[in-house]
Write a protein that binds this ligand. Structure first.
Ligand SMILES: [Zn+2]
Length: 422
């Protein structure tokens, strides 16, 4: 994909703040908080570009009522998709594609449905191997010698509903869904702004927010209702003398208090990300979320996982010790020193260790870490996730206690408010 392709058609990532508003039942207190703020022109945000997969050698696509596969540069139709028929595509070297058995040369492909129906995409070679994604909007395939990148370009509000459906459980309270959609929207707009000239804005996994296309299940329905109800609402806070959006981090459960994002993202030194917000609402989380451990992991597996994820780390042999080098204000391990039997050592952020080990095992950095023979042992764990920003189980706990979405957001992001951006 040429960057200019998108740059020609989009407005800027954001989206001026307009006025504080009260969506029914959602942000009454936001409306109380302040009168209309200084405004810039209201602008509908451009579509968001989500990287679904990269390095794809092949995939299948389908459109219920048919569609086209086009050369994205020339807009020439390479293949007409028959209704409800999978078309196989393979990405070869040097811009050569094989589409339904015929070869074409093109940098990038555009897959278009002939109706408003989504495009179905199946990235496994065997249709039985995977669940197809239903992708609304437009679908691009960016060619490359390492394989194709599958990018879905869709309406931001649609994206917000899809993501909220994946990021919270279907049985969460309607106010929790409302708060979640505002979180998702604000976070996405921050990423869109930061990546304006890049070929995509967000990735479809936890690295950004989890996106897997349309969801017609109970969570999808609740998320769509919530997105509609909170349409355009974003979290803002004072920065450099004006109100601005900020990255609305969230994680499953803080375990007692939120971490300060200032230690991790110094460029985002806005008051709502100061952290240290106490929370015991997340006590309602299922077992293994609010408190967890002990968990044991083989130290060899930990070393291998670290090097796979962070190849710049020095290779270590069998570990002799793991020590906490520094802690956050609230006492969570922040950085660690891993030393092997040959005396070589590596400094590792505790959060990087968590991501390498896997969040299902090391659920948060708020735990005791000890080397016990060939096992790395995590004990007395508190919370699930990075602990920055909003606590999702706390959000659910507060919603069940009668708190409204706007109040919940302001609780976890002090000195923030809600405005309607478009
Ligand atoms: Zn919490």
């Amino acid at each position: 994909m040429r960057v200019s392709r998108f740059a020609q058609t989009c407005c800027c990532g954001f989206v001026a703040v307009t006025t504080v508003v009260a969506a029914e039942g959602c942000d009454r207190s936001a409306a109380d908080a302040s009168a209309a703020r200084a405004t810039e022109a209201t602008r509908t945000p451009r579509p968001i570009r989500v990287l679904i997969h990269s390095g794809l050698k092949g995939l299948r696509v389908r459109a219920d009522r048919g569609g086209d596969i086009l050369d994205a540069s020339t807009q020439q139709t390479l293949l007409t998709l028959s209704p409800r028929t999978w078309a196989p595509l393979a990405c070869g070297e040097s811009g050569v594609w094989t589409i339904a058995g015929r070869e074409f040369s093109a940098d990038d492909l555009l897959i278009r449905s002939s109706s408003a129906d989504p495009i179905w995409a199946l990235t496994a070679t065997d249709p039985d191997d995977s669940v197809p994604l239903r992708l609304p909007g437009r679908v691009w395939l960016d060619g490359g010698d390492g394989g194709a990148a599958l990018i879905n370009e869709l309406d931001l509000e649609e994206y917000v509903a899809c993501v909220a459906a994946r990021e919270v459980r279907a049985d969460f309270h309607a106010e929790a869904f409302a708060a979640q959609t505002i979180l998702c929207r604000t976070f996405a707009l921050c990423q869109m702004r930061a990546r304006e000239t890049q070929r995509y804005d967000v990735i479809a996994s936890e690295g950004s927010q989890v996106y897997a296309g349309l969801d017609d299940g109970p969570a999808g329905r609740k998320a769509r209702e919530a997105a509609l109800r909170t349409r355009g609402l974003v979290c803002v806070a004072a920065r450099d003398g004006r109100e601005d959006i900020f990255p609305t981090y969230y994680s499953a459960a803080c375990g007692g208090a939120s971490q300060s994002a200032w230690e991790f993202v110094p460029s985002e030194k806005v008051q709502p990300l100061r952290g240290l917000v106490t929370c015991d609402y997340c006590r309602i989380a299922p077992e293994g979320v609010y408190r967890w451990g002990p968990v044991e992991v083989d130290e060899t597996a930990v070393r291998e996982a670290l090097v796979r994820r962070y190849p710049e780390l020095p290779a270590l042999g069998r570990l002799k010790s793991v020590e906490v080098r520094s802690r956050t204000e609230l006492g969570r391990p922040l950085s660690l020193v891993l030393t092997d039997e040959a005396g070589r050592s590596a400094n590792v952020l505790a959060e990087h260790l968590r991501l390498a080990v896997g969040s299902r095992l090391m659920r948060s950095t708020d735990c005791q870490i000890r080397l016990d023979g060939h096992l790395l042992r995590f004990d007395a764990g508190q919370g699930f996730g990075h602990g920055l920003g909003l606590c999702q189980w706390g959000m659910q706990g507060q919603a069940l206690s009668g708190h409204k979405a706007a109040d919940i957001l302001r609780y976890y992001f002090p000195e923030s408010s809600l405005v309607r951006a478009y």
